[in-house]
Design a protein around this ligand. Structure first.
Ligand code: PHE
Length: 435
C-alpha cells in the first residue's frame, strides 16, 4: 500500500523498509507532559533540577534524531539489539525517534555547556504491562570539567562526602575498577577516580533528596546499591538501585563519559560524568502511581492531585465509565441562593429554611440529598448554569450530576432511577420546581 511520507516538525521523511511509526505513537509526540506544570513527571523534573541548581536545564522538544546520533556516535556496535526495527521506532533507515536522552550528548557538549540536565520523551517498542509504555521520559545529567578545573575536585568531593555523612543513608558499593569496568587509557587514573567519586556523591545525594523524605515502614534508613554496568559511551559504568517496597529498584545508568564523545563534540580538553534516569520509574514509586498509563491521562481526577514542588501520594480513582445527568429547576420565588463553600447559609442545618422572611437555597443541602440517594455512586455535582429571568426575577439553576462506581459499570437505567429519586426528594423537600 502506498503511504504518505512522515511530516514531522517541519521535515518530510521519505518512507523505506525501516519505517514503522504507527499513528498511536505519532499522536503522542505533541503531548508535552514534561512542561505541564501540574503533571507529576514535570514536577519531578523540577525537583531534580532544583537539586542540581548550578546545572543548565533543557527540555528537548523534538524526538526525531538521526540513527547516527542515537547509536553510532555513542559507540553502539552495528549488531546492537536496540537497533532492530522490532526495538526502536524508525522514520526511515536514517532517522528515528530517540530511544534515550543520550542521543543529545554530543550536540549538547558541542554547545559548550559543562553541567546540564536534558529531559525528554523517549521511544522504545516494548512489552505491555503496568510499568512499560512505548513512550516514556528520561533525564540526562552531566558534569564535565576542563583539565585545569579538575584540580578543584578533591575539595568538592570532601564537601559532598561530609554532607552525605549526615544523612541516614546506607550505601552498598562493592564495585571495583577492573578489566571489565576500567578507567579510560587516556585518563590520569587520579582524575578518573575523582570524577567517579563526584559522580557517586552527586547521585547518592540526589537519591537521598528524592527518597529520603518519604516514610518507609520500620523507619529503616534508605539503602542504595551501586553495581557494575556496561554502556558503550561510558567507562567505568554503573547502575544504581534503591531498596524500595521489599525489592531493589533500578533507578539509573551512569559512568565516566567516554573521551571519544567529548572529542566528537570538539571538547577534547574536558572530562566528566553522565547519568540517564527514567522519570516514570521514579515517579511511580514516589507518588504511588500504580499504572504507567495514568501519566497519559487527561482526566482532571489525575492531574488535579499534583502540586508543583511537592511529592504527594496518588489517590486511586475508578477506571469505570462515568454517566452524567443534568437537572434544571426553578428556585421558589424570592429565594436567596447560597453556593457551597460560602460562609452564609449554614451548611448542614437542614433543608431550605426561611431567613428574614426569605427562603434560602443552599447548595450543600442539595448535595446532601444527592448523597443520601446515590451514596458513593455520585462522583461530582457541578453547577453548570445559573440564570435569573429578566421579568419575573425568578432564579433557575442547572446542576450536572456525575455518577460513577469505583468497582463496576453503572447501567443507564440504574442511573436514571437514582436521578428520578433525587428529583422527587428535592422537589418535596426544597420547594423547587423542575424545568
Ligand atoms: N542512556 C542510558 C539508558 O538509556 C543511560 C545512561 C546515560 C548511561 C548516561 C550512562 C550515561 O539506559
Amino acid at each position: 500500500p502506498s503511504r504518505e511520507p512522515y511530516k514531522l516538525y517541519g521535515q518530510t521523511y521519505p518512507l523505506d523498509t525501516h519505517s514503522n511509526l504507527p499513528p498511536t505513537i505519532i499522536s503522542k509526540l505533541d503531548r508535552g507532559l514534561l512542561t505541564h506544570p501540574s503533571h507529576p513527571l514535570s514536577i519531578l523534573r523540577q525537583i531534580i533540577q532544583d537539586h542540581f541548581a548550578s546545572a543548565t536545564s533543557i527540555v528537548h522538544p523534538n524526538p526525531v534524531v538521526s540513527v547516527f546520533q542515537n547509536f553510532d556516535e555513542l559507540g553502539f556496535p552495528a549488531d546492537h539489539p536496540g537497533r532492530a526495527v522490532t526495538d526502536s521506532y524508525y522514520l526511515n533507515k536514517d532517522y528515528m525517534l530517540r530511544a534515550h536522552t543520550s542521543a543529545h550528548e554530543v550536540e549538547t557538549y558541542r554547545s559548550g555547556l559543562d553541567h546540564w540536565l536534558l529531559s525528554a520523551d523517549v521511544y522504545r517498542r516494548d512489552e505491555i504491562d503496568a510499568s512499560h509504555y512505548p513512550v516514556f521520559h528520561q533525564m540526562e545529567g552531566t558534569h564535565v570539567w576542563s583539565e585545569s578545573e579538575l584540580d578543584a575536585l578533591p575539595a568538592l568531593n570532601a564537601k559532598l562526602a561530609a554532607d552525605l555523612a549526615g544523612c541516614p543513608l546506607v550505601i552498598e558499593d562493592t564495585t571495583q575498577i577492573s578489566p571489565s569496568n576500567p578507567y579510560q587509557p587516556s585518563h590520569d587514573p587520579r582524575h578518573a577516580a575523582q570524577i567517579t567519586q563526584h559522580l557517586k556523591h552527586s547521585l547518592n545525594s540526589l537519591i537521598f533528596r528524592l527518597f529520603g523524605g518519604v516514610a518507609q515502614s520500620g523507619g529503616e534508613p534508605l539503602r542504595v546499591r551501586w553495581i557494575e554496568a556496561f554502556f558503550p559511551f561510558t567507562t567505568p559504568s554503573y547502575e544504581v538501585e534503591v531498596w524500595w517496597g521489599g525489592e531493589w529498584l533500578e533507578l539509573l545508568g551512569c559512568g565516566v563519559v567516554m573521551q571519544k564523545t567529548l572529542d566528537l563534540a570538539g571538547q577534547s580538553h574536558k572530562s566528566g560524568w553522565a547519568f540517564g534516569l527514567g522519570l516514570e520509574r521514579i515517579a511511580m514509586v514516589l507518588y504511588n502511581i500504580p499504572d504507567i498509563r495514568l501519566f497519559w491521562s487527561t482526566d482532571a481526577r489525575f492531574l488535579s492531585q499534583f502540586k508543583p514542588g511537592q511529592i504527594t501520594q496518588f489517590k486511586p480513582y475508578s477506571k469505570y465509565p462515568p454517566c452524567h445527568k443534568d437537572m434544571s429547576f426553578w428556585l421558589p420565588e424570592a429565594t436567596v441562593a447560597v453556593e457551597a463553600g460560602s460562609e452564609a447559609g449554614g451548611a448542614g442545618e437542614g433543608v431550605t429554611k426561611v431567613e428574614a422572611g426569605r427562603r434560602v437555597f443552599h447548595e450543600n443541602d442539595y448535595c446532601e440529598i444527592v448523597r443520601e440517594v446515590a451514596g458513593d455512586l455520585v462522583e461530582t455535582v457541578t453547577l453548570i448554569d445559573d440564570f435569573t429571568h429578566p421579568k419575573s426575577k425568578r432564579q433557575s439553576k442547572c446542576y450536572r450530576l456525575n455518577y460513577r462506581s469505583m468497582d463496576r459499570s453503572l447501567s443507564n437505567e440504574e442511573v436514571n432511577a437514582l436521578q428520578d429519586q433525587v428529583q422527587k426528594r428535592v422537589v418535596s423537600e426544597m420547594g423547587i420546581e423542575m424545568r
